[in-house]
Design a protein around this ligand. Structure first.
Ligand code: NAD
Length: 306
């Protein structure tokens, strides 16, 4: 479990352990990984879990992790979930090369390195089967204002996973990608409650998702119940931000005047984002007839963009 020290990754670890898995919890945040391990159930004798430090964006670090896992559990992981991810949100016109590279290195290259290392371990072990599950995002499919690097990285994760599925099928290894929508995690804890309510209002099921709801899907994809599923993208969104561009800036609800997007002074928020826009200007209300603006007006009124 890469990125098991927090949020969705921690919830996946818990569900896998409930199913009897021996979980190797790897994260850059070693204290977070250790905390996850402390909270995992140990059912049968011999069901043990261990925390590992890793930087998924480094081939050397991922290589060392795999060696340590194999030494500890005497086998490569039969199930691998790649959950490590970061955001460095910024609009296309302002995104720096360094920030773009960093997000791609962790989210996309990190997923590549972990997928490759686990697949190599499984193939070399000669044991048939295996399930690799990568965490994408619905944003990779539909795009999102202010998330140019994140959306690009997550679209890459989807393409990578589908390619891996085709190449690894002959070894019996299945690869699938999960696309969460708005999920309440430490990432969203930073968002003001008022804005979270707006997010929830955009989701047809009427609420944010819970990490456990993503974890349940991962457990299904890890299990034999999904034995004929590979190369699939599974959306876990409550149908929020569904494919077809119902993004906040263009939501039909906004046209009815019931919605709104905000960019506020002092690192403000915009409902399409799960991160802060480093905004330097005033509070700007956009979308909704009462505010008299659609997307072009929105872009035109962003501080720093003229
Ligand atoms: N929360 C959401 O709404 C949401 C929506 C769609 C997709 N996702 C994806 O789900 C995954 C988990 O997100 P989350 O909301 O639980 O976030 P989170 O911040 O709670 O967890 C991410 C974890 O990744 C770890 N990590 C970051 N960089 C790393 C690195 N270089 N090497 C190893 N570990 C590293 C962090 O330490 C952290 O424990 C991410 O890939 C995220 O993009 C989240």
């Amino acid at each position: 479990m890469a990125g098991g020290g927090s949020g969705i990754g921690r919830a996946v670890c818990a569900r896998l352990a409930e199913e009897g898995a021996l979980v190797a919890v790897a994260d850059q945040n070693e204290a977070g990984a250790a905390e996850t391990v402390r909270g995992l159930p140990r059912g049968e004798p011999g069901q043990e879990h261990e925390a590992f430090g890793v930087d998924v964006s480094s081939a050397q670090s991922v290589g060392e992790l795999m060696a340590r896992i194999q030494a500890r559990f005497s086998a490569p992981p039969r199930v691998c979930v790649s959950c490590a991810g970061i955001t460095m949100d910024e609009f296309l016109l302002k995104q720096t090369e360094a920030a773009f590279d960093k997000v791609l290195q962790v989210n996309l290259k990190g997923t590549f390195l972990v997928t490759q290392a686990v697949a190599r371990g499984l193939v070399e072990s000669g044991a048939p089967g295996g399930s690799i599950i990568n965490m994408g995002s619905i944003v990779g499919k539909v795009g999102n204002l202010g998330q140019v690097s994140y959306a690009a990285s997550k679209a890459g994760v989807e393409g990578l996973t589908k390619t891996a599925a085709k190449e690894l099928a002959r070894f019996g290894i299945r690869c699938n990608v999960v696309l969460p929508g708005f999920i309440a995690t430490p990432m969203t804890d930073k968002v003001p409650p008022k804005v979270l309510q707006k997010f929830a209002g955009m989701v047809p099921l009427g609420r944010l998702g819970d990490p456990k709801e993503v974890a349940d899907v991962c457990v299904f994809l890890a299990s034999d119940e999904s034995r004929y599923i590979t190369g699939a993208s599974v959306e876990v969104t409550g149908m929020g931000r569904e494919s077809g561009a119902r993004t906040p800036g263009f939501s039909p609800r906004l046209r009815e005047g019931s919605g709104g997007c905000w960019v506020r002074a002092g690192g403000g928020w915009e409902p399409g984002l799960l991160g802060s826009i480093p905004s330097s200007g005033r509070e700007v209300g956009v979308g909704g007839l009462e505010q008299g603006g659609w997307e072009p007006g929105f872009l035109g009124s962003l501080p720093g963009l003229g």
